[in-house]
Design a protein around this ligand. Structure first.
Ligand code: R5P
Length: 313
């Protein structure tokens, strides 16, 4: 049974995606002011009545931290406006890579952000391809964690995959890659053994599996500097791979990553619109798949009190 009236709002991080989601839901994006005071501080005002409503706030939390701050303030505004339930819809959960205390005197930022979201007013979270599955456990509220793999599988499913092999760019993403390989019709799998010597300087060292003569599909959760994928591609080609293609959910693209990837031997990169799509992505080499349908269906089911689990696969 449908719950209270659904209202969907967004901040400034992914407004186009939010519009697409609302279009699919057949509703208008809720009216909210999310701008700046004259001194640069963020000003938020929800411009319609949401008392007793089932509120969804769509906001990715990539750098700058203003995106996170906008989300905190929107959650707080919705809570104080007496919304019945507030779901933070976070297509890209930023600040996730610091998810453990792996050296002295560092924060566990992913946990801190989870606490702050809950404190700000989130009753539940809907997100996509978290950097690490265990981040779900950082929340004491329900988290629906979706995967973009069905979109990628559909995209590549139209091709002859007989020469394809799925490659995890590091041991941490082996489980995700195995699931994807299975979904693509039990494709074989290889793993790049990456060791991070210095922050932001990953190094591909070793390859587990045989890629000779294969089309390698590297699967990652995100592309930041692009170094991980470019180095992995080099290793695969050195080991006889015929081609290297990439699927990655979140196109963060720090600094000159797009330029570097465009010039790299990677043949094709498929990402989603969980983040604003960068200008100047070379068409033909980069493909952007929309997650609007996936997220709108999840929102519809959450509002209706239906199971979301069939979307998790
Ligand atoms: C690593 O654990 C992640 O899954 C990505 O491979 C990594 O964060 C990508 O970063 P970059 O593009 O800067 O190498």
């Amino acid at each position: 049974m449908a719950r209270e009236t659904m209202k969907v709002f967004c901040g400034n991080s992914v407004p186009q995606l939010a519009e697409k989601i609302c279009k699919r839901l057949g509703i208008s994006l809720g009216k909210a002011t999310v701008d700046r005071f004259s001194d640069g501080e963020i000003r938020v005002k929800i411009e319609e009545n949401i008392r007793g409503a089932d509120v969804f706030i769509i906001q990715s939390t990539q750098s700058p931290a203003e995106n996170l701050m906008e989300l905190f303030l929107m959650l707080d505004a919705a809570k104080r406006a007496s919304a019945a339930r507030i779901t933070a819809v976070i297509p890209y959960y930023g600040y996730a890579r610091q998810d453990k205390k792996d050296e002295p005197r560092v924060p566990i930022t992913a946990k801190l952000v989870a606490d702050l979201l809950t404190q700000a007013g989130a009753s539940r979270v809907l997100t996509l391809d978290l950097h690490a599955e265990q981040i779900q456990g950082f929340f004491d509220i329900p988290v629906d964690h979706l995967y973009a793999t069905p979109l990628f599988a559909k995209f590549f499913g139209r091709r002859n995959l007989s020469a394809y092999i799925v490659v995890a760019p590091d041991a941490g993403s082996a489980k995700r890659s195995r699931g994807y390989a299975k979904r693509m019709g039990d494709l074989p799998m290889a793993i790049v053994d990456k060791r991070r010597e210095m922050k932001d300087r990953p190094e591909a060292l070793n390859l587990v599996g045989d890629v000779d003569g294969k089309v390698c599909l590297l699967l990652d959760d995100l592309i930041s500097t692009g170094t991980t994928l470019i180095e992995a591609a080099g290793l695969l080609l050195k080991n006889g791979a015929k081609e290297v293609r990439v699927v990655a959910t979140h196109g963060v693209f720090a600094a000159d990553a797009v330029k570097k990837l465009a010039a790299s031997p990677i043949q094709e990169l498929v990402i989603t619109d969980s983040l604003p799509v960068k200008d100047g992505l070379p068409a033909g080499k980069f493909h952007v798949l929309s997650i609007a349908e996936l997220l709108s269906e999840a929102i519809r089911r959450i509002n209706n009190g239906e199971s979301v689990s069939s979307l998790f696969i």
